[in-house]
Design a protein. Structure first.
Length: 253
């Protein structure tokens, strides 16, 4: 696991956006795995600017998002499809038909999940997967548990996650309690993974992710066995990392 510590959120976002732009330069038809939440918003803003300046081209790219709330249609303002359209897709030259977000309202969720994994395979697999991380160690909506799922599946959200995500809703009662998420297997199959974290509240989980033993109670810790993971954090999220770590840590000024 390589760790880059950026001085702040903006720099963290720029470094990640550059990695995505670099990939699309060498492989214009790359398959991107994308995340929602507060953390990647800066990356998407940066990519929009790079696209306007014609320094990144999405015209041949395909994307697959990690997850979607169960029960929310794509036009619901809190759905992840809506988030992706408004924060990125509507502002860059990506073909919307090649952007994928699991459906939260499919009649047959099991079939939807199976077909989602099949579409990823058919597209050639994910070249670069962008991830955020929950304070409880979740990636996508793979929540801490005794057992983890390989494939895209329907899952319960933990109380921590419901509470954390209630900031986007008028009241906590409106937060869906279930979601569709890519599984750990789908995520780990990506050629390259970039995990982002920003702020003091992520410091504890970043230290666990980078330095603790692998545990299903910290789903993100599974990334320790992936060959090509880049963790990009800001100073605050890196504040509990010990220098004794076995990982390569680069501090960017
Ligand atoms: C979002 C996702 C989640 C978030 C995580 C962190 O698609 O899969 O795992 O990445 O909950 O969210 P933020 O960035 O809002 O702290």
């Amino acid at each position: 696991m390589k760790v880059i510590v950026a001085p702040n959120y903006e720099e963290m976002s720029k470094i990640a956006a550059k990695e995505i732009a670099k990939l699309l330069y060498v492989k214009p038809n790359a398959v991107l795995g994308l995340a929602t939440g507060s953390t990647p918003e800066g990356v998407y803003r940066e990519l929009i600017e790079l696209n306007k300046a014609e320094r990144v081209d999405f015209s041949k790219a395909t994307s697959f998002n990690l997850d979607e709330y169960k029960g929310l249609k794509g036009d619901h303002p809190q759905s992840y499809r809506y988030f992706m359209n408004s924060k990125l897709f509507n502002h860059v030259n990506i073909d919307k038909n090649k952007t994928h977000v699991p459906s939260g309202v499919a009649e047959n969720i099991e079939k939807e999940c199976k077909e989602y994994d099949e579409s990823i395979e058919k597209a050639g697999g994910i070249d670069l997967q962008l991830l955020g991380i929950g304070t409880n160690g979740h990636i996508g909506f793979n929540e801490p548990s005794d057992f983890l799922n390989l494939n895209t599946h329907e899952t319960d959200l933990t109380e921590d996650t419901i509470k954390a995500n209630s900031r986007f809703f008028d009241s906590i009662d409106e937060v869906p309690t279930r979601a569709i998420t890519m599984g750990l297997g789908s995520i780990m199959k990506a050629d390259k993974i970039i995990l982002l974290a920003s702020g003091e509240k992520k410091a504890d989980i970043i230290a666990k992710l980078v330095e603790d033993k692998i545990s299903t109670r910290v789903p993100a810790s599974m990334l320790q066995v992936h060959q090509n993971v880049l963790v990009i954090v800001d100073n605050a999220a890196a504040s509990l990392l010990k220098n004794s770590s076995n990982n390569e840590i680069e501090y960017v000024k």
